[in-house]
Design a protein around this ligand. Structure first.
Ligand SMILES: *Cc1c(COP(=O)(O)O)cnc(C)c1O
Length: 365
């Protein structure tokens, strides 16, 4: 099939590729987890064996992302999408303002939910240029009295990514990091809360990670349902109710895989090399391929581009499929092509795709 044998060249935008070694380990442990005679899915979430899995995942995430002592790691459900509601439900009261930095479709969805609770407004928006870029810090105008500022660190659909984050002082900064969490080092101290569905960079779908500063936990609105309060999950080590145990186990195994690779710095270098292979094919194509994002705003996770001729683009996508590349179509809302090069996507997959791009160009120009 391809140089990865039975494994597809998987560029899916989410859920997406998982490390082969993690899948194989899960298979090995599936019916008898560490001598229990049960699958990890069959264990009580109150058992010592499961608790070790749970706490191991939390500890490893803290270690790999250098999460400071005054933060808690929470495992939630409902995906990034429920966080769009949980954030304003906890932190935005009627009549209060919250600033949203609009960089794509996911920012728009987050903004719509906030309107149900208070008065969100656009701190900046790059919609006019079809979300081709991340705003510069000096374009960000917000009020010191805002309940919080919200941003999307990586724009999965448009293929743009923040390189560095603004310092918002006393105004809490909240980030949706669903599509680039743990792909590179970040300064967690800049954020009061950050969240991510696991299924792009961390593991399977069904687990959502939130990293929250302790002083934020108690600031949440008390008059909301128990399950939707960050404080409920923080007080109970994310074991208030039954957590998605298998997903958390897989997440822990993905984190161990990252640690074995050499941690976040090694992973980040690998991600840069992977993305460069594909961006080089675009940049050296003399306009045959056209990148969507402005160069300074390019994402290292989702590489969005078009083939300059529309008919050739159809042919490109059809041939990519025949060659075994999966998930290369752009998001249904924007079209074009997209290669998602998340943490677990192998270097060889990116290399094979960049070679395919070069060959396709020379055969069709
Ligand atoms: C995929 C994605 C989401 C939605 O995540 P779900 O877990 O499907 O709710 C939100 N934000 C960003 C940036 C995403 O890439």
């Amino acid at each position: 099939m391809n140089s990865l044998k039975q494994r597809a060249y998987n560029f899916n935008a989410g859920p997406s590729a998982l490390p082969l070694t993690v899948l194989e380990k899960a298979k090995e442990e599936l019916v008898d987890f560490r001598g229990t005679g049960m699958s990890v899915m069959e264990l009580s979430h109150r058992s010592a064996v499961y608790e070790e899995v749970h706490n191991h995942a939390i500890a490893l995430l803290k270690e790999l992302l250098s999460i400071p002592e005054d933060y808690e790691v929470l495992f939630l459900q409902g995906g990034g999408s429920l966080q769009f509601s949980m954030v304003p439900m906890n932190y935005l009261k009627p009549g209060e303002k919250a600033g949203y930095i609009m960089t794509g479709s996911w920012s728009e969805k987050a903004f719509s939910e906030a309107k149900l609770f208070g008065d969100p407004y656009h701190v900046a928006s790059t919609q006019e240029g079809q979300y081709r870029r991340i705003p510069k810090f000096d374009e960000l105008r917000y009020n010191p009295t805002d309940a919080y500022i919200h941003l999307t660190s990586n724009n999965t659909i448009y293929g743009t990514q923040w390189r560095d984050f603004p310092d918002t002082g006393d105004v809490p900064l909240i980030a949706d990091m669903s599509s680039d969490i743990l792909s590179k080092p970040i300064d967690v101290n800049k954020f009061s809360l950050l969240y991510a569905g696991a299924q792009k960079n961390l593991g399977p779908s069904g687990v959502t990670v939130a990293i929250i500063r302790k002083d934020m936990i108690e600031k949440g609105n008390p008059a909301i349902p128990t399950m939707l309060k960050y404080s409920t999950h923080a007080k109970n080590n994310s074991l208030y109710n039954t957590p998605p145990t298998f997903g958390i186990y897989m997440l822990g195994e993905v984190l161990s895989w990252i640690k074995d690779l050499g941690g976040i710095h090694a992973l980040s270098e690998r991600n840069e090399e992977k993305a460069k292979l594909i961006y080089d094919a675009i940049d050296q194509s003399s306009g045959f391929y056209v990148g969507h994002a402005e160069v300074e705003s390019r994402s290292l996770m989702n590489i969005t581009f078009r083939v300059s001729d529309e008919d050739l683009e159809k042919k490109f996508l059809a041939e990519a499929k025949i060659e075994g590349f999966v998930g290369v179509n752009g998001h249904r809302s924007v079209g074009g092509c997209r290669a998602s090069t998340y943490n677990a996507v192998p270097f060889e997959t990116c290399k094979a795709f960049s070679e395919f791009m070069v060959h396709f160009q020379s055969a069709n120009q």
